[in-house]
Structure formats: structure tokens, C-alpha cells
Ligand binder design. Structure first.
Ligand code: ATP
Ligand code: MG
Length: 424
């Protein structure tokens, strides 16, 4: 019986991994150009960390976590998101003692969701967090740098939605209003929403059940209950986005699926990927560091789904630069093969960025040249008995009609430098 991959967990095959690398590289470049530095985190944490940070009454904690006991009977969980680990790492390592941090990380996340297009059980995120910054300036920076990424990647069809969830105190008042409202329409709610009504009514707004759309649309909105400081903060963000020329729409029903958010929340959404339209989502979580045992520290971050970014890039006709070999060495016979290996290292020493592969496993000239062609290489270098005897090598252009030329071995490095030109 053939082995199966775990449901909802995908292999990223070589045909597409170059696109992943390219996108991640550009995202990294842009983020680092704003002063964010990488932090690498474990993919497993104590379950308690996610329960406390994401919140007990959320889809993630209630039904999506991969939780297990290790051999020491400790409850561990494969991370469903990165913010909790990021905050945990900042606290554990004392990164917030008289310091502010601008950090990014990336890697796999795990949620036991219903697998479908754009929604997987192992998926990948690029995650950016700023800790120790209270004002709307950092909110703006985190959003503006996304706009720059989209521009660098040639991505259109992304729009920005923002909202403010206010302070905890303001949200408590709003929460009661929501409970009152949803209680009046309780007989029309689904089971999940009824359960949430008492515990976490904001979550109802985040429901994906289309039958609840009208009821949710008529619910009171947080923005009418904002405290004065949050109003100011939100105005500050909008004005910075306006002056940066980043367009947005205020979506008063945007609440996000995790409990730790306050004030600014935002989502970059696309209409190009069907119902899985959120590409990059984030928000402020000023209370989380303290809640997890650190000193009170304001913070904000976003996470981008890389699978969705890749899908959008392809939909927008994006093409990643190819990483094919430049040169494929065809070698017939043992002597030629030994010489080919030697030559490969000489050429790699001599031309820093060159990509050269030697034909492995022998074969006739014809079949080796076929492989050379298939490799995507620009040139084949040909070493046969005649070439070895004459101290020459055949240089065969594979992507033009030009004829094969015989080049003295001593001159091949210089010749390749000339024909290959500047390499990326
Ligand atoms: P959604 O509304 O699509 O469920 P979310 O609000 O749960 O998204 P976040 O927890 O904010 O998403 O994660 C940030 C980003 O990670 C999302 O915007 C999305 O691009 C991506 N993402 C989230 N869950 C998945 C998943 N199961 N498969 C693939 N990508 C995902
Ligand atoms: Mg979700």
C-alpha cells in the first residue's frame, strides 16, 4: 500500500518551491529594510501558552489545536500561530527589558481545520511583530510595509480593511450591548453562536455561517462604543495611511478570530482566491505581554499566509525568476567524468554565482544532451575522449541556434565569464 500524506498537509514540490523562495525572499527583504530582525522559534510550546493567549472560547483553542502529551506527560501543542510564541520568547529571553523589539519569523503552523482550497492543517506564515510601541505610528508602518511588498511582487486585487476594537473597558460595554442584541434574536442563531453568546459574543461577529450574515450586519458596531483614546489612536492611524497614500476601508465588523486583540485590527483581503480571501491579518495586542507574565508592553503584529500569497501571485500572473543551471556538463567515459568534476569545481571557484551540474549516471552523448536540454541550462560543456586528448572542451549553446564551438580547456573559464555575463 502506498503511504499517504496526512490530510490537510501538503508537499511543496520543486516546480513551485522556487516561487515560495522568491516570495519569502522579497517579503524578508522588505521587512528587514524597515528594521525588523529575524527570530527563530520552536514549533511546539506548552499548551497552556495558547490557551491563555488565544483564548479558551475561540475556534482555534476549542477545536483546532494539535495537542498531545509528551513522554513526561506534559501537554504540548503544535503552534497554531506565532504571536504567542513570539511573546513567550521575548519574555523568556528578557528581550523587553528596557528595549523595544521589531521582529519577524516564519514557518509552519498547525490547525485542525476542514481542508479546502487555501485552508490547510499545516500551513505557513510569515509573521511580523513590534513590541514596546504604543502609538499609531507603528500600526501605520506595519501596514505601509505590506503595501510596499504587494508593489514589489506586482500583486493587485488586495484591499485593506481596518477597524478598532478599543480598550478592554470599552469592549466590556460593547460586549453587553452585543449580548442584549443577540439575545433578542437568539432563536435565529446557530449552536456555536448560542454557546458564545454568554462567553464571548464578539466571536459571533466572526462567524463564517452565511445564514447569520443579516443578523450580524444589523448588530451594534464596536466603533460606536470606542473610548476617546482609541478614537484618537484610530484617527492617527488613518491620517498616517492617508498621507502615505495607502487606501483602506473601515470594516466595523472586523473582529479577528483571536481574543488578544485590542484597538487596531486589519486584514489585507483579495477577491481572487474565493472564500479564503484573507492574505495578511493582524492587530494590536497591548495586554498580551503582561497577561503572559511580562511587564506591561504594548505590541502589534501581523501574519501572512504563504500558501495564499503564492496562490495570489500565480493568479496575478506572477513569475518567479528561474533557478535553472547555467551549465550542464556532458562527460563520456571515466576519464572525462573525472575531468568534469575537476572542471566543475574550477568554474565554481572562478565564477561565484554560477550554477553547474555534471551529468550523473553516464549515458550516450545523445541522452546526456537531452538531459542537458531538460535541465534548462543555457550551455552544455562537452567532454569526450577527443576533447580530453586535445585538451579542449565543447561549448554548446542550448537556447539559441548557435553552433557548438571547441574551446581550449585553459580558456574555458574566461569564455564562460564572457558568454554568461553578470549572474544574479
Ligand atoms: P481565516 O479567516 O481565513 O480563517 P484567520 O483569521 O484564522 O484566517 P489568522 O489566524 O489571522 O487567520 O492567520 C493569518 C493568516 O494566515 C491568514 O490571513 C491566512 O492568510 C493564513 N491562514 C490562516 N489559517 C490558514 C489555514 N488553515 N490554511 C492556510 N492559511 C491560513
Ligand atoms: Mg481561521
Amino acid at each position: 500500500m502506498k503511504p499517504r500524506a496526512v490530510r490537510g498537509m501538503n508537499d511543496v514540490l520543486p516546480d513551485i518551491s522556487g516561487t515560495w523562495q522568491y516570495l519569502q525572499e522579497i517579503v524578508r527583504e522588505v521587512v528587514e529594510s524597515y528594521g525588523y530582525r529575524e527570530i527563530r522559534l520552536p514549533i511546539i510550546e506548552y499548551t497552556e501558552l495558547f490557551r491563555r493567549s488565544i483564548g479558551e472560547v475561540t475556534d482555534i483553542v476549542e477545536k483546532e489545536m494539535y495537542t498531545f502529551l509528551d513522554r513526561n506527560d506534559e501537554s504540548l501543542t503544535l503552534r497554531p500561530e506565532a504571536t504567542a510564541s513570539m511573546v513567550r520568547a521575548a519574555i523568556t529571553n528578557g528581550l523587553l527589558h528596557n528595549q523595544r523589539q521589531k521582529l519577524w519569523t516564519s514557518g509552519p503552523m498547525f490547525r485542525y481545520e476542514k481542508p479546502q482550497q487555501g485552508r490547510y492543517r499545516q500551513f505557513h506564515q510569515f509573521d511580523v511583530e513590534a513590541m514596546g510601541f504604543a502609538g499609531p505610528d507603528v500600526d501605520a508602518e506595519l501596514i505601509i510595509l505590506c503595501a510596499r511588498m504587494w508593489q514589489r511582487l506586482g500583486l493587485s486585487r488586495l484591499t485593506l480593511e481596518i477597524n478598532s476594537l478599543g480598550t478592554n473597558a470599552a469592549r466590556a460595554i460593547y460586549r453587553q450591548e452585543l449580548i442584549d442584541y443577540f439575545t433578542t434574536v437568539k432563536n435565529q442563531l446557530d449552536e456555536d453562536s448560542i454557546r458564545r453568546l454568554g462567553q464571548n459574543p464578539l466571536r459571533i461577529l466572526d462567524s463564517k455561517n452565511p445564514e447569520l450574515r443579516d443578523i450580524i450586519a444589523a448588530a451594534p458596531v464596536m466603533i460606536d462604543y470606542l473610548d476617546e483614546e482609541s478614537v484618537q489612536h484610530f484617527a492617527g492611524l488613518k491620517s498616517l495611511l492617508d498621507s502615505a497614500g495607502v487606501a483602506y476601508s473601515v470594516n466595523p465588523r472586523l473582529v479577528r478570530g483571536l481574543d488578544y486583540y485590542n484597538r487596531t485590527v486589519f486584514e489585507w483581503v483579495t477577491d481572487a482566491l474565493g472564500s479564503q480571501g484573507a492574505v495578511c491579518s493582524g492587530g494590536r495586542y497591548d495586554g498580551l505581554v503582561e497577561k503572559l507574565g511580562g511587564r506591561p508592553t504594548p505590541a502589534i503584529g501581523w501574519a501572512m499566509g504563504i500558501e495564499r500569497l503564492v496562490a495570489l501571485f500565480i493568479t496575478c500572473d506572477g513569475v518567479a525568476p528561474r533557478r535553472d543551471s547555467h551549465v550542464y556538463i556532458v562527460a563520456a567515459g571515466d576519464k572525462a567524468l573525472a575531468r568534469a568534476f575537476e572542471l566543475t569545481e574550477e568554474l565554481k571557484d572562478g565564477i561565484g554565482a554560477v550554477r553547474i551540474e555534471v551529468n550523473l549516471g553516464g549515458g550516450s552523448f545523445k541522452s546526456q544532451l537531452k538531459r542537458a536540454d531538460k535541465s534548462g541550462a543555457l550551455y552544455a560543456l562537452i567532454l569526450g575522449e577527443d576533447e580530453i586528448a586535445g585538451d579542449v572542451v565543447g561549448l554548446k549553446p542550448l537556447r539559441s541556434g548557435e553552433a557548438q564551438r571547441s574551446i581550449p580547456l585553459a580558456g574555458i573559464l574566461a569564455e564562460l565569464k564572457t558568454v554568461l555575463g553578470e549572474l544574479d
